[in-house]
Write a protein that binds this ligand. Structure first.
Ligand code: CAA
Length: 284
């Protein structure tokens, strides 16, 4: 299998654009793809402003920033991914949409290409079944915001080959990340532990144990987390938190993973967090 030189990223949102940015600044040729051209424009704008922050702090030279932007190409046409060595998908967290994308990519990309998913909770093994290359399907779960967070959680599907696992480990290291490796079970490592904590914070709020501010301050100053769990839930998106709790609940079958009714109600009310201006807190 070939060394990775060209990285395709599908999805121009916060995760996809962040992944494309790191790959370009680490010297890879990158194609960022989104079927919606305005989403691509927003993604490019995020990349440019994030890169500018690194330049203004002296963490990236202007020449390296310019090189990174030159190495980054955008497209709305999946066929432009035909020459990529790995495609990392970061589209909407829907099993149906990801399966559809993987089955399309499988027909378009070269035989040796690796298909990676940035999914936070969907089974890599099930995504792999929609392709003719299950040995070349793997999870590469970046944390938000990808340019800042140092971790990549690599998820091995039931059929992921040792060779593909080794290539993806090397890639993640070349992207400057520390890796952890998880088998393909609900929530993998990070969300298996993080989401029940966030859900419990909602239960504490729901049952009137404390105010949202005290719950968050408790965890920030009491356990040195950069954000409290409710603030973090708003940052991740309450809809994403709820969908991961549902995956844990249905996949592990234990009532301890039952989503808190208050989390469900916020999502029903469209209070999805920072991205829509209101969640547990109100923004701007
Ligand atoms: N690009 C470049 N720089 C960025 C950036 C970006 N996208 N986002 C933040 N920064 C930089 C800022 O410029 C700032 O730099 P200086 O300190 O040098 O000035 C620094 O990061 C801190 O940013 P801010 O001052 O804006 O805000 P902050 O201090 O609150 O930090 C944060 C922001 C880095 C997001 C921090 O709050 C944090 O680490 N929060 C927790 C994030 C977390 O837990 N993420 C994982 C979520 S779980 C997940 O992603 C998995 C899943 O599947 C759900």
């Amino acid at each position: 299998m070939e060394e990775i030189k060209r990285v395709g990223v599908v999805g121009g949102g916060q995760m996809g654009s962040g992944i494309a940015q790191i790959a370009a600044t680490c010297g890879f040729d990158v194609i960022l793809l989104d079927s919606d051209s305005s989403a691509l424009q927003r993604g490019l704008h995020n990349i440019q402003s994030s890169i500018n922050r690194f330049v203004s702090k002296g963490q990236l030279s202007q020449a390296m920033a310019d090189d990174a932007i030159m190495r980054l190409k955008c497209s709305t046409d999946l066929r432009d991914l035909h020459s990529a060595d790995i495609i990392i998908e970061a589209i909407v967290e829907s099993e149906g949409s990801k399966k559809e994308l993987f089955s399309q990519l499988d027909r378009i990309v070269k035989d040796s290409a690796i298909l990676a998913s940035n999914t936070s909770s969907i089974s890599i093994t099930r995504l792999a079944t929609t392709t003719r290359r299950p040995r070349q399907v793997i999870g590469m779960h970046f944390m938000n915001p990808p340019p800042i967070m140092k971790l990549v959680e690599i998820v091995r599907g039931a059929d992921t080959s040792d060779e593909v696992f080794a290539i993806v480990k090397t890639l993640a290291k070349r992207l400057g990340k520390t890796i952890i490796c998880s088998l393909d079970f609900p929530g993998f490592i990070v969300n298996r532990i993080l989401m029940p904590m966030i859900n419990e914070a909602f239960f504490a709020l729901y049952t009137g144990v404390a105010t949202k501010e005290d719950i968050d301050t408790g965890m920030k100053l009491g356990t040195n987390h950069p954000m409290g769990p409710l603030e973090l839930a708003d940052f991740i998106g309450l809809d994403v938190c709820l969908s991961i709790m549902k995956v844990l609940h249905s996949g592990l079958g234990d009532s301890k993973y039952l989503p808190c009714p208050l989390l469900v109600q916020y999502v029903d009310a469209g209070r999805l967090g920072k991205k829509c201006g209101v969640g547990v807190y109100s923004y701007g």
